[in-house]
Design a protein around this ligand. Structure first.
Ligand code: AP5
Length: 192
């Protein structure tokens, strides 16, 4: 199975991805985690993207696409992928689809976790106390949500038009969100 997992900051993408990869036997590819690893390692890519990430802006499309190309192909050959946080712009979606079509690894579903912004701010401020991510302060969280609304939210329509959109309420319990995703993918208990 090949999945895209999208949603605003704090909607639960990472939380659900950890569970879904276990259940579905696919590889977790998180654009945010890969970018943070580059920043931490101080690579040229990491140095180029650190200030955009810290301020809650998106990093340039070409950087992300280049970084993800090989992991997507490797995961596809190994049984499938769950892309967490990618694509985030129309340009990323179109470029990824062109590459995936060429390689025969198009996504089966685009899962969107829907959630109300104020609750997300609270969730992320709570997480900040545990993890201390550089972009988890209130001003930057609110900016990340604005960037999401402007650049990523339009992808819902894009995937709806392609017939692969699965929308799930991300404000339910973690277990219920997982159950709804599996059900929507035809992998829940009712489909066993
Ligand atoms: P990224 O790392 O993708 O961050 P994000 O989208 O802001 O999302 P988060 O990781 O903050 O939240 P999440 O949705 O994974 O929620 P989580 O499960 O952690 O991106 C960071 C930055 O990298 C971007 O701003 C950008 O600069 C750059 N970037 C990344 N991808 C890019 C791309 N494709 N193009 C360009 N730039 C890119 O949960 C949050 C909290 O809520 C946790 O504490 C969790 O325990 C809790 N929680 C989760 N689910 C529930 C629930 N159902 N009920 C109660 N609590 C819950």
């Amino acid at each position: 199975m090949r999945l895209l997992l999208l949603g605003p900051p704090g909607s639960g993408k990472g939380t659900q991805a950890d569970r879904l990869v276990e259940i579905l036997g696919v590889r977790h590819i998180s654009s945010g985690d890969l970018l943070r690893a580059e920043v931490e390692a101080g690579t040229p890519c990491g140095r180029a993207v650190s200030s955009a990430m810290e301020s809650g802006e998106l990093v340039p499309d070409d950087v992300v696409i280049e970084m993800l190309r090989q992991p997507i192909l490797d995961a596809s050959a190994a049984g499938g992928y769950l892309l967490d946080g990618f694509p985030r712009t129309l340009a990323q979606a179109e470029s990824a689809a062109a590459m995936a079509r060429e390689e025969g690894v198009l996504a089966d579903a685009a899962v969107f976790l829907a959630a109300e912004p104020d609750l997300l701010v609270r969730r992320l401020l709570a997480r900040a106390e545990e993890l201390g991510r550089a972009d988890d302060n209130e001003t930057t969280i609110r900016h990340r949500i604005e960037v999401y609304n402007e650049k990523t939210e339009p992808l819902r329509k894009y995937y709806a038009e392609r017939g692969i959109l699965l929308e799930v309420d991300g404000l339910q319990t973690v277990d219920q969100v997982t159950a709804d995703i599996l059900d929507g993918l035809g992998r829940g208990p009712a489909h066993a």
